[in-house]
Design a protein around this ligand. Structure first.
Ligand SMILES: Nc1ncnc2c1ncn2[C@@H]1O[C@H](COP(=O)(O)OP(=O)(O)O)[C@@H](O)[C@H]1O
Ligand SMILES: [Mg+2]
Length: 288
């Protein structure tokens, strides 16, 4: 039996012991700096306030900063878990709001080359994390193998754009690549930094029309966030704006988006944390 076959067997065995299903949401963008990480940090708080157990995987290899936005500092990452024998509980940071942050770090890149023992270790450690309702994956901008791997295992992909034409064309290019690879990808768009609701809607319509006409495909509108100076302020304060400024316009917007996510969430929990990493490992080296 070759190595790939061995792992597939292991995956199938484990996958049959399903319990505690949860949902994976990957947040990404074409252009950088459009507001992914601040969105992820506050969406996590909003979902937590609505009673869900939330974890964030910080998969932005170059600029991982979710921890800083919560005012915590990760000492370790998946790299230390796989290569330095740290346990999952040693690498996770838990925020004041009881949100678990899993720092991907450079370890994410190296997952492609794991041997059997290292894969086992990764899977075993993630099994300890079963008590989660939603896993939100924060990624870097643009297209990379890592991002596409996460898109492939997600129940929902949220593409963030702003009304700027450059952000919009980059969002279109990203959606095109995702749809080419995963025809059925569930892509939802959040328009960030808008001045009014009309601008948000029009921005989405432009993107949606291009996707309809040129890709013969569909995307959905997930909502918008007003341009709000309390967003950068809260980053300086290293606390989520939803906690610091619950009445801010951006906070209202994020609560609305969270409600819509939960609306779908109810009857759509179909993955365990184990499944996610089995699938991910499969994608990253073994195919299927
Ligand atoms: N709704 C908003 N209103 C005002 N500024 C925002 C908003 N969302 C994000 N920003 C600002 O944009 C910058 C990039 O945000 P960040 O979340 O780090 O983006 P990304 O993760 O996509 O690089 C930050 O300075 C942040 O304060
Ligand atoms: Mg970011």
């Amino acid at each position: 039996m070759d190595q790939a076959e061995n792992l597939r067997k292991l995956v199938n065995n484990r996958a049959s012991q399903k319990k505690n299903r949860f949902r994976v949401i990957t947040v990404t963008s074409g252009k950088g700096g459009v507001g992914k990480s601040s969105f992820v940090v506050n969406l996590a708080v909003a979902l937590k306030l609505r009673g869900l157990k939330v974890a964030i995987l910080d998969a932005d290899i170059g600029m991982a900063n979710v921890d800083i936005m919560y005012g915590v500092k990760s000492k370790y990452s998946l790299f230390d878990l796989v290569f330095k024998n740290k346990s999952i509980n040693e690498i996770i940071e838990v925020t004041q709001e009881d949100i678990k942050i899993i720092p991907g770090g450079s370890g994410l890149k190296d997952i492609v080359d794991l041997d059997d023992t290292q894969r086992e270790k990764l899977i075993n450690e993630f099994e300890k994390l079963d008590d989660i309702d939603v896993l939100i994956v924060d990624t870097g901008a643009g297209v990379s193998k890592t991002i596409l791997n996460f898109v492939g295992i997600s129940d929902e992909v949220i593409v963030i754009t702003t009304p700027e034409p450059t952000a919009l064309t980059d969002a279109y290019s990203l959606i095109k690549i995702i749809k080419n690879k995963f025809e059925d990808a569930n892509i939802n768009v959040v328009v960030n930094k808008v001045r009014n609701i009309k601008e948000a809607r029009e921005t989405f319509e432009k993107l949606s029309n291009a996707v309809n006409i040129f890709l013969k495909s569909k995307i959905s509108y997930r909502g918008f966030l007003f341009e709000d100076k309390r967003v950068p302020l809260s980053i300086i304060e290293q606390r989520p704006y939803l906690i610091m400024y619950p009445k801010a316009e951006a906070s209202m917007c994020i609560m609305k988006i969270a409600s819509d996510v939960i609306g779908i969430e109810k009857d759509n929990k179909n993955t365990t944390i184990k499944d996610v990493f089995f699938k991910l490992l499969g994608r990253m080296g073994l195919g299927s």
